[in-house]
Design a binder for this molecule. Structure first.
Ligand SMILES: *[C@@H]1O[C@H](CO)[C@@H](O)[C@H](O)[C@H]1NC(C)=O
Length: 327
């Protein structure tokens, strides 16, 4: 059995009118209900003032950024290869300190494009703001490490570096001259290392300080040919390329040519470098830099995790020292 309700046109119209008026009234009540006229006025005025200051701030930010861009463009040399610096990053107490330090090193380098990839489901305001305040050319990407690879012992940065490689292959062509460098946010870089890598033909290499359990890990050159003959590595010297991520750069053309070369979860930490380099080059093609690999221009420094015992005690009581401030 079915009930059929028929309504004539005028009843329908009346019904729609009633519902509309009722919803407007409900909305009005929800927003202003219970408040007096003066309170309403004060609230509206307050929100207008806030909105006005927000607009002013945004405008100032845009103008600042524009000024910086103009300054940067003046320094941009279209004939100089671009250094695509790839930095994976993730949220932790020292993140802003590390990124500030690195960004201010990179600000000394001309024709540099910083690709920052966050291990996060969405871009964070901390990284967004930091990038907006630099005068760098940058691309902000996100790539979250899948949960099954987030446990201790899994290689780090795989998802993020691969996202950057994909971005380069999608957005650059063989007409673009450049070099690709994987610069983690915790290392220390001399501005000179960027000059060394800029004209890399295929893959260039140089020593890295304070890594692999040694003062320096470096390529050993053949004194006659000047080519890479071997390595001084002590930790797993059987790796095909026993070298740190900070110790090599790859030409953009090589990245584009070898378009299937990626980092992989199937090899552990310390083997990522060998994995990617094996797909891109051979030992006899390596170009030694930094005065025949005698200069140390990058150090694999590690920032000590800060002691936050007092903060943790406060947090247990629901108190935080950094309410409303970005640290
Ligand atoms: C590097 O080594 C090669 C060959 O061993 C030599 O010809 C060249 O002068 C060296 N360059 C520097 C900067 O020491």
């Amino acid at each position: 059995m079915s009930i059929h309700i028929s309504v004539d046109m005028s009843t329908k119209k009346k019904l729609i009118w009633c519902i509309s008026i009722l919803s407007v009234f409900l909305l009005w009540y929800a927003v202003f209900g219970g408040k007096s006229d003066t309170e309403q006025y004060a609230a509206m005025k307050q929100s207008m003032v806030e909105y006005e200051s927000l607009l002013r701030e945004t405008r100032e930010q845009i103008l600042d950024r524009l000024k910086m861009c103009q300054r940067e463009c003046q320094r941009w040399d279209p004939d100089l290869p671009v250094i695509y610096t790839i930095t994976p990053t993730y949220a932790r107490p020292v993140q802003k300190a590390e990124l500030t330090r690195l960004s201010q090193t990179l600000m000394h380098i001309s024709n540099l494009h910083w690709i920052v990839i966050e291990d996060s489901p969405k871009p964070t305001p901390l990284v967004e703001n930091l990038l907006a305040r630099t005068n760098l050319n940058y691309t902000h990407l996100i790539a979250q490490t899948p949960s099954n690879y987030r446990r201790k012992g899994s290689p780090r940065g795989v998802e993020q570096r691969n996202a950057a490689l994909r971005w380069l292959r999608k957005n650059k062509t063989m007409n673009d001259k450049g070099v690709v460098y994987f610069a983690d946010d915790d290392n220390s870089y001399s501005v000179q290392v960027f000059d060394e890598m800029r004209f890399t033909k295929e893959v260039s290499v140089w020593p890295v300080g304070l890594v692999g359990g040694l003062m320096v890990e470096k390529p050993i050159l053949d004194p006659i040919t000047g080519k890479v003959a071997g390595w001084n590595a002590a930790w797993r010297p059987d790796r095909p390329f026993p070298i740190d991520m900070a110790g090599f750069a790859i030409s953009l053309s090589q990245i584009l040519k070898k378009s299937t070369a990626y980092f992989s979860y199937t090899c552990y930490g310390g083997w990522q470098e060998s994995h990617i380099l094996q797909q891109l080059t051979t030992k006899d093609h390596l170009e030694p830099k930094a005065d025949n690999c005698t200069q140390i221009l990058v150090w694999h420094t590690r920032t000590e995790a800060p002691k936050l015992s007092e903060e943790n005690k406060l947090a247990a009581r629901g108190i935080h020292s950094n309410v409303g401030v970005e640290v």
